[in-house]
Design a protein around this ligand. Sequence first.
Ligand SMILES: NC(=O)c1ccc[n+]([C@@H]2O[C@H](COP(=O)([O-])OP(=O)(O)OC[C@H]3O[C@@H](n4cnc5c(N)ncnc54)[C@H](O)[C@@H]3O)[C@@H](O)[C@H]2O)c1
Length: 591
Amino acid sequence: MGREFATVGVVGLGTMGAGIVEVFARNGIAVMAVEVSEAARQRGEENLRGSVDRAVRKGKLSAEERDALLGRVTFAVGLPALHAVDLVIEAVPEQLGLKQRLFGELDKVCRADAILATNTSSLSVTEISVATGRPDRVIGMHFFNPAPVMKLVEVVRTVVTAEDVVTDIEALCARLGKVDVTIGDRAGFIANALLFGYLNQAVSLLEAKYASREDLDAAMKLGCGLPMGPLALMDLIGLDTAYEILDTMYRRGGRDRRHAPVPLIKQMVTAGLLGRKSGRGFYTYEKPGSPVVVPDTAAPDVESEARAIAKVGVVGSGTMATGIIEVFARAGFEVVSVTRGAEQSGRTCEALKTSLNKAVVRAKLDEAGRDAALGRVTWSATIEHLADVDLVIEAVVEELSVKKALFASLDEICKPGVVLATTTSSLPVIELAVATERPADVIGLHFFNPAPAMGLVEVVRTIRTADATVATATAVVRAVAKHPVVCADRSGFIVNALLFPYLNDAVKMVEASYSTADDIDNAMKLGCGYPMGPFELLDVIGLDVALAIQRELYLELREPGFAPAPLLEHLVTAGYLGRKVARGFRDYSKR
Ligand SMILES: NC(=O)c1ccc[n+]([C@@H]2O[C@H](COP(=O)([O-])OP(=O)(O)OC[C@H]3O[C@@H](n4cnc5c(N)ncnc54)[C@H](O)[C@@H]3O)[C@@H](O)[C@H]2O)c1
């Protein structure tokens, strides 16, 4: 028989503590909720009330359940109130000295057999445990934000944590309806070790004015299906907490520069812009603690100067070209498709018909709409047919010499004022711009595959692109019902630059035997709400593709932490490329 937890104590009722109180009280456990001062106690009580009242309004909790839940919680100031509890969970600010002092005091106040748990995100549980006379009864219980919603708990055992403590806490997690992963004591555990490098990198892109906050967030939501963008997530976590986590991870985790907090974070913390909890962080909120974003001076201006576009040329005959032709034809644009020959045109036309027919079968398009879309496309193998289009989108093979030659020809053929766009996912757009006499009109339009389904387009402006070209390109992306995000001309644009280093880090984590692909996939899905774990995603993308992108990022930015994981290289060499060959990180041949 495992241990019964009749009463638990929670210390610190901020962003995490209030949520943790709610988790226990919801599951029928009595909670002693403790703060450092009367004012903080009141704030904590309001945090909890606000959250359960929202749950009632959303119909997730009945009024009776709320009252019963609140009836299980006792609020107090000072640690002596914890003298009789079975378990304490600490959720005070992320500072080692503070936590060590607190654990020293808890050791004196609490029953000798009580378990002491810390919700630390990055500090050493071992160092916290030795501040007590019972390090074997100290453990990490790392909840995710918001605690009542996120299913994951990382259970962190140190080298001295007693086995019965680990099993009792695992059983408790199950009783709370949580999924646990039990891991050793390493900076950032699984999820934060993979998350914070990415968050810090996103802030550095904002600091460098590489893209706006809205565009960075929209890119990761729409391009990767994440529940929140990185900057909105920083606001939710709290910038002060995020700073401490990064700082600790930098110092404990091998001084990886990617964890050195970006200076902007410290400046914002100093200015009191802590995120949601203070009412302002990267975004401005209705009031402190509110999730409702209100407009502020950093909100984007409305577009001006966009040129009118009616006729669009698409060059190429591959997957992307076909998808882009479909997107524009369905949105009512006249499209001129140019391929290298009649045979390629025929194949592209067939592929377009197949895709349109699928849309009809799925009831996303009616037959008249399909026929009208097909009727808007003219097929040609002669580039001169692009003489009167308003926009050209190039989607030919990913080879610089081929694309440069094409842009030089477009420069001769197209009328003045035409926007010349490339869909390249890895080549510098400026190389193509300078292959023409009109670099101000050249831009990147990076569609995602499959183009008809994916809602995001990265609009890549070079140092020579004119404002009017950017305005025209973003307007046309909106006109085909996609979301444009504008970014500068750097390897990986936004999505790949932020996604692939994270995937590479996950591979390094398995390589270091810290955790398994299954646990890591679970941690990112259940702790951070990602639609797929990193290994599932790598197998879908293809390990060779991931390796090529990671190599490019590394070569352009020379960031040591971006060096491709040797394990990824070995798997590619062995031909384990992912789902397309039925074997990558997982074996699909027997499924
Ligand atoms: N914010 C997140 O997304 C997140 C997620 C998981 C874990 N964590 C971890 O949870 C812990 C708390 O972080 P947070 O974001 O909730 O911080 P927070 O700043 O929102 O809340 C901390 C609370 O602790 C109280 N406090 C300070 N000293 C105290 C003391 N001596 N006794 C009692 N209460 C005291 C403060 O009054 C405050 O209410 C940190 O270790 C953090 O790393 C945070």
